[in-house]
Write a protein that binds this ligand. Structure first.
Ligand code: PGA
Length: 238
């Protein structure tokens, strides 16, 4: 049976109080599989407190490449780890586009892994790139550049087509499977064995069962539908 992974990316949604309310409800469900939450940095303490007696893993959405220093506004991975975070999100398309991150991604990834943190590394093409048949070229470039200093251990890759994020347009299960197969082959060729690949982009309780039935899809990275405990529970139950 497939070992499934479900990850919730809350982006800049929820306050500490809303975080508490979410987990009061979510923890009442009996769920299996590996479940990760990436709350906003200012809600990490609440999320860690609420989940301390559960198997849920808490991660941070963004880190800087140093343990400490004069980097106003940045998050230290070492601090996040000391607080109890196990995982870091790197390469999300919102970080790539809105915050112009590209070269720095491999540094962030390497630094997080050097501390023993897990990394969920995101890749994905824009609509224009897909329409110009550049999907595989873009995925290759993002994998080559982002993973150049990475280890297979403690690595999870997330395929998130940019055109499907927050738009309500999910990739069809066939489109997703094709991209996942391509990523999986690239990873194996480059000595990253047994790295799970999550799909992200408008995952909902309605489309999750068909997507998870695809051979190369190990689980999901969920934005909008992870903000409601009931809907994320349904996704985690597929
Ligand atoms: P979405 O976001 O599920 O709201 O499309 C996914 C993501 O950005 O990780």
């Amino acid at each position: 049976m497939k070992h499934k992974i479900f990850a919730a990316n809350w982006k800049m949604y929820k306050t500490p109080q809303q975080t508490q309310e979410f987990f009061k409800k979510f923890l009442s469900y009996d769920l299996k599989g590996d479940i990760f939450f990436f709350p906003p940095a200012l809600c990490l303490s609440s999320a860690l407190d609420e989940t301390k007696n559960s198997n849920i893993q808490i991660g941070i959405q963004n880190i800087y490449t140093k343990a400490e220093g004069a980097f106003t506004g940045e998050n230290s991975a070492r601090t996040a780890q000391e607080m109890g975070c196990s995982t870091v999100l790197v390469g999300h398309s919102e970080r790539r586009t809105l915050f112009h991150e590209s070269e720095i991604l491999s540094e962030k990834l390497q630094y997080a892994q050097s501390l023993g943190l897990k990394v969920v590394f995101c890749v994905g093409e824009t609509l224009e790139q897909r329409e110009n048949n550049q999907t595989e070229k873009i995925l290759t470039e993002q994998l080559q550049s982002g993973l150049r200093k990475a280890q297979a251990q403690n690595l999870i890759v997330a395929y998130e087509p940019v055109w499907a994020i927050g738009t309500g347009k999910t990739a069809t299960s066939q489109q997703a499977e094709e991209a996942h197969r391509f990523i999986s082959q690239w990873l194996e060729k480059n000595n990253f064995q047994n790295v799970p690949i999550l799909y992200g982009g408008s995952v909902k309780p309605e489309n999750a069962p068909e997507l998870i039935s695809q051979p190369h899809i190990s689980g999901f990275l969920v934005g909008g539908a992870s903000l409601d405990p009931e809907s994320f529970k349904k996704i985690c139950s597929v």
